[in-house]
Ligand binder design. Sequence first.
Ligand code: ATP
Length: 513
Amino acid sequence: MAQEDVFKKIVSHCKEYGFVFPSSDIYDGLGAVYDYGQNGVELKNNIKQYWWQSMVLLHENIVGIDAAIFMHPTTWKASGHVDAFNDPLIDNRDSKKRYRADVLIEDQIAKYEEKINKEVAKAAKKFGDSFDEAKFRETNPRVLENQQKRDALHQRYSDAMNAGDLEALKQIILDEEIVCPISGTHNWTDVRQFNLMFKTEVGSTAEGTSTIYLRPETAQGIFVNYLNVQKTGRMKLPFGIAQIGKAFRNEIVARQFIFRMREFEQMEMQFFVKPGTELEWFEKWKQTRMGWHQALGFGAENYRFHDHEKLAHYANAASDVEFKMPFGFKEVEGIHSRTNFDLGQHAKYSGKKIEYFDPETNESYTPYVIETSIGVDRMFLSVMSHSYCEETLEGGESRVVLKLPPALAPVKLAVMPLVKKDGLPEKAHEIIRDLRFHFNCKYDEKDSIGKRYRRQDAVGTPFCVTVDYDSLKDNTVTLRYRDTMEQKRVRIEELRTLIEDEVSITSLLKKIM
Ligand code: ATP
């Protein structure tokens, strides 16, 4: 199946099975805003729990906070967001559609890369085992030509972005003959900067109001609390502060479902270190975070690091963890070495001394910071994309199954009476009453057992239990495994031990230790 179709299926599956709905659906939705349904919220909470525990539970020197979304407006002046949190936008006059100029150019770079890869794949197929890819890339004229075009474009693009040169960006779009995908024309406006922060007012009277912003990242809530936490928690460097919370960005182009939203959730951890040690910590955190992703078992080949060439003004190193989504490798998490920029700026703007007194060296300094920043919603999408599976079974029947890591699955166990009478429902409820304190159980008695299994497969429930007449006599039930569909007879008392370990977040955490 084409990857585009897979993506469409995932989006409709999310809606059909109560994972993700368009916001205000009855009013036809709101662009780039989504609601999580009854299954989505469980999956999302499990992702957040996995992250939170991996930070706060597994590290003695990391603590959490929950800062407010509204912050003093000077925060955003100090952080640079008021002046520099911009995207370059461009409009097509014919279609009246708006684009990010940088994205249009990056897509063009990707087109050259695609051409090269196609050429390589074709030759690999033709020459089979004797194919020498490195040599082919160095000598094939078509590959060389596209590589040269790609590199030249990339250089021009980096120069224009680094210089903030909007005219140069437009010129690239014209020179490369990039057209609007809707109108197919080159009728572009000039490129303009667009600030991504949402503004609102606090205060009720006209004179007493002031403009504030909805936070575009959670990180600043951590920086402004650095002193509070360090002092009250008697924290010694190196130490980290973790936070999960909503962030808001007025994204110019809203597309790809929950990949790019205007209201989304971030899980961020700022790790404060002694100046000079930051690059070592940066490497450590890159590895730790990659370990966290890979413990989910989606296959190492589906992840890669993308080291930034163009660094934000405050950073001295940055890398993204990219995951292979149905629409290609995309950023899920950013790991940034932010130097002492943020704390330094807040010290300057607030007039407060924001430093650390190092008892070992008897000196005071502004700590350096390594940030790990991951979007809950993008993580959700990567989990969904990897887990969605259509299978043809023996006998030609098919099923849709979400092969979610059991620890993340919304429901861990579905308990089903074979029939709705003769005491079987009561027995099923009895099992749930015992087990629900340990993991999420669901009762299901409607339709045939086969249909009920399919329904649970579609939401990723790793275990189902069927209660039948024998269960009343010998206290045994049929336990069915989601992925293998294997069924076995087990004693009711054994259920907890058989299931609990596999579905617990602890089992995942142990894999990353
Ligand atoms: P992009 O380049 O895709 O816009 P970014 O580099 O601006 O992302 P960061 O500011 O580093 O993103 O934010 C950290 C993380 O927050 C990202 O890796 C992503 O998972 C998430 N994130 C950022 N913007 C959005 C958004 N609009 N919708 C959903 N998640 C987002």
